[in-house]
Design a protein around this ligand. Structure first.
Ligand SMILES: [Zn+2]
Length: 334
């Protein structure tokens, strides 16, 4: 079953000499011609409405995108999940949808796009959304995608609408406001340290505080990410995966990774019967492209409400500083 879903070089009109990111582009164009729902929804994306809210030190963009309502309101409890067919398993893909293989992962064109290029990248096998066992995948795929794309991971309870089937996503980096402001934020950050040839920086002068990693050294970076993961588990006192959204890209021989620690799945405004706002933040939203699937929310949301909703699901500044102090004092043990 899987094999007939995998797109061949012949279908892409190519040989294997191409770089992977070039192949991904051909695959996207192939799907745009042959996968009906995809071309339909990309047509709609061209007319999507956007607005920019400017704050002191950063901008947030809002996008009215009605096709994303399924994702924003997805029920992810165990009962709902066990009663539906898994839409990321190869046997349940749309009839005219194909996949491009990368190691143990499949690239799929996301038929409900946010970006000019939007991919969902599930594991070939049906296995739960879990970060730690997919760090190699994060590093391999982000490097193969080149500097135009960004790869991202939404943890279970942090925006993943299929927590039962492991998946990354990828999109074009230039669409996310955070990446235009990142260098400035890094330069003005106060809390920095280096572990295993990896720079780690705490960035708090943004709507959602985050941890930034930069390294050329794969092994050291991997260890450092695990160390931060374990420190977050301790901070949140959890044996489950700590809440997180992670974005990674590869630029000038360096991996650059942004990790947003999360304390909540959805903000309280989402559950407010009278003043409900359908906004369920995940990697893309926290990176400054906030998706609102309802027109009335897009028309009426104030910049303060938007900032409040983001801040509520993220780690606060004080906790972030504690985390950093703790890591600084115990890094010698690594
Ligand atoms: Zn599955």
């Amino acid at each position: 079953m899987i094999n007939e879903k995998i797109v061949s070089d012949a279908e892409l009109n190519t040989d294997s000499i191409l770089r992977f990111d070039e192949k991904v582009e051909l695959f996207f164009r192939h799907q745009l011609k042959s996968f009906n729902l995809l071309s339909q929804n990309y047509g709609k994306l061209e007319n999507v409405e956007e607005k920019i809210f400017s704050f002191d030190k950063y901008d947030l963009k809002i996008q009215f995108n009605p096709e994303r309502v399924g994702s924003s309101t997805a029920e992810v409890d165990e009962k709902t999940i066990s009663n539906r067919k898994c839409f990321l398993c190869p046997e349940n893909l749309y009839p005219d949808q194909k996949a491009l293989k990368f190691g143990e992962y499949l690239f799929l064109c996301n038929p409900f796009p946010i970006f000019k290029r939007h991919f969902t990248i599930p594991a070939v096998q049906h296995m739960p959304q879990q970060f730690k066992s997919n760090i190699d995948g994060l590093l391999d795929i982000s490097r193969a995608l080149g500097e135009k794309h960004v790869l991202f991971y939404n943890g279970p309870g942090c925006g993943a609408s299929a927590p039962d089937h492991f998946h990354f996503q990828a999109g074009d980096k230039s669409s996310l406001p955070l990446f235009n402001m990142l260098d400035r934020m890094i330069n003005s950050a106060e809390l920095k340290m280096t572990i295993k040839e990896t720079n780690i920086i705490s960035i708090t002068n943004y709507a959602a505080p985050f941890i930034y990693f930069e390294s050329q050294e794969r092994a050291g970076l991997k260890e450092t990410i695990k160390y931060v993961f374990n420190s977050l588990s301790q901070l949140f006192n959890t044996i489950d995966e700590p809440g997180m959204n992670v974005l990674a890209f590869y630029e000038k021989d360096n991996w650059k990774i942004v990790l947003f620690p999360r304390i909540k799945h959805r903000p309280s405004h989402y559950f407010d019967e009278e003043n409900k706002v359908v906004f369920s933040p995940a990697s893309v939203d926290l990176s400054g492209l906030c998706i609102l699937p309802r027109k009335r929310d897009f028309d009426s949301i104030s910049k303060e409400t938007l900032r409040e909703m983001i801040y509520e699901v993220a780690i606060d500044e004080k906790k972030m500083k504690n985390l950093f102090k703790r890591m600084q004092s115990s890094k010698a043990l690594l």
